[in-house]
Design a protein around this ligand. Structure first.
Ligand SMILES: Nc1ncnc2c1ncn2[C@@H]1O[C@H](COP(=O)(O)OP(=O)(O)OP(=O)(O)O)[C@@H](O)[C@H]1O
Ligand SMILES: [Mg+2]
Length: 347
């Protein structure tokens, strides 16, 4: 296994700049997740690392060795895509062993690797089946197995679970976490799924328009987003962002925008309210309730309540923001630092 270093990576397609200067160090054994809106360059960055795309500028180092101009097959990486791309006429065993045979690895060694990967991925009973006779989750596990047997320096995953239904996604996500714990490999993983990013990542890289907005542990990004983009992107439902002039009194401070997550807005007495809102929609999920409301000037505000709620559309509600969880952003959209965030306010 190996670490990865990207320095000043740029990628243009003709006149279009897709990656605009990416600097990133990934430690040996780290699980790093790339997130960002559609079209921000996640897949392009992964393909550049894999060697499936050339770079326009910058360089790539794996384990301290420059690989920028090495062919994909010489970089020692393995990539797993959203589409499993299994060979339909081959059995699971053949799908996993095919590349190793081409590499000239001895038969006994191939068998040992396939058996080990099959055991890890609970595919042992399916080794003689063809892909058509497997479920989506089993097929994706074969695709992951095909990567594991190659014993790559780094695993690259591009939205590997997005074709699976909700239940299989959860199950396969847990398997991936267990797999990372077991083999300890360096993994780079692209996803649109907030839960996958939060639960799998040692660190999350938030990309936007071909640039890195912020890098940090999942809770770093959740608790201390560096700017409005990350604040709005990490967390579901998203953080409420309000123009400060709408908020009464001391909560606002000198910031231009105030951020508050739905779980940090509490219904309260009129006298202590930061805002008064009108409920537009109530979503009862059983264990929690989301209130979608509007405040002054129709500004939207989402509130998360524990358990079940008797509130209904049309109700008017005074609400207060938890003082320990306010996020403040300046006119340029950058977090005002130092933040009193998560620190107890002096009483
Ligand atoms: N071969 C290409 N030629 C021209 N433009 C391309 C090419 N490949 C990708 N792009 C453009 O580069 C941008 C980034 O694409 P990329 O596939 O990396 O996005 P992404 O972040 O993976 O998006 P998604 O979340 O939808 O998968 C897009 O605007 C895309 O249209
Ligand atoms: Mg993509």
């Amino acid at each position: 296994m190996a670490g990865l270093e990207l320095r000043g990576i740029r990628k243009d397609y003709g006149a279009t700049a897709v990656l605009k200067g990416i600097d990133l160090s990934i430690a040996d054994g780290e699980f790093v997740v790339f997130v960002g809106p559609s079209g921000c360059g996640k897949s392009t960055l992964l393909r550049v690392i894999a060697g499936l795309e050339t770079v326009t500028a910058g360089d790539i180092h794996i384990d301290g060795t420059e690989v920028t101009r090495l062919a994909a097959s010489d970089r020692g990486l393995a990539m797993v895509f959203q589409s499993y791309a299994l060979y339909p006429h081959m059995t699971v065993h053949q799908n996993m062993s095919f590349a190793l045979e081409n590499m000239g690895i001895a038969k006994a060694e191939i068998s040992a690797r396939v058996d080990r990967a099959a055991r890890m991925l609970r595919l042992t009973d399916y080794l003689q089946r063809k892909p058509a006779a497997l479920s989506g989750g089993q097929r994706q596990r074969v695709a992951i197995g095909r990567a594991i047997v190659r014993d790559p320096k780094i695993f690259l995953f591009d939205e590997p679970l997005s074709n699976l239904d909700a239940e299989l996604r959860v199950a396969t996500r847990k398997e991936l976490a267990a797999l990372h714990a077991e083999i300890g490999g360096t993994m780079i993983y692209v996803t649109h799924d907030q839960v996958e990013a939060m639960t799998l990542a040692d660190r999350i890289v938030v990309l936007n328009g071909g640039r890195i907005e912020q890098i940090g542990t999942p809770l770093d990004l959740y608790n201390r987003p560096a700017n409005l983009f990350v604040a709005g992107f990490i967390g579901s439902p998203r953080m409420n962002l309000l123009p400060t002039e709408l908020v009464k009194g001391e909560a606002a401070g000198t910031a231009a925008t105030l951020g508050i997550r739905p779980e940090h807005v509490e219904p309260c007495q009129e006298a202590e309210a930061d805002l008064t809102v009108r409920i537009e929609l109530v979503e009862q999920l059983g264990g929690e309730t989301f209130l979608y409301t509007t405040g002054p000037n129709d500004v939207p505000l989402t509130i998360r309540c524990d358990g079940q709620s008797r509130l209904a559309r049309g109700d008017v509600l005074p609400v207060r923001f938890s003082r320990d969880h306010l996020h403040r952003f300046d006119a340029a959209g950058l977090a005002c630092r130092p933040e009193p965030l998560l620190a107890r306010s002096p009483s």
